[in-house]
Design a protein. Structure first.
Length: 107
């Protein structure tokens, strides 16, 4: 009878040790999972910030290119639509022509 009760007592203490070991392992695992989760969230936030910064830089670059294109188009338009200097100065006067003899009338 004493042997049986010693075996039961030993079995009970082994079960308690086993339960305690399982609980400790579960807590370590939970702690590890929580640490990994925090690290993942941190990396995710950093990547989000980088993505927003890259999108902002891309938008700035796109606007700069559009401004350059607009300026280039304006310069090209002025070049193709600009009057020749001789036309800005009025009609060319040739010696002996009627235009040279006639007085210039305001337009």
């Amino acid at each position: 009878d004493q042997l049986r009760s010693a075996a039961d007592e030993r079995c009970g203490s082994l079960q308690e040790e086993h339960s305690a070991a399982l609980e400790a392992e579960r807590q370590r695992h939970d702690g590890s999972l929580e640490k990994a989760r925090r690290q993942w969230l941190s990396e995710r936030e950093e990547l989000r910030r980088r993505l927003e910064a890259a999108a902002h830089e891309a938008e700035k670059a796109r606007r700069a290119v559009q401004e350059q294109e607009s300026e280039s188009e304006a310069v090209a338009w002025r070049r193709t639509h600009a009057m020749a200097p001789s036309l800005k100065e009025g009609p060319v006067l040739v010696q002996g022509s009627r235009e040279a003899a006639a007085p210039q009338q305001p337009v």
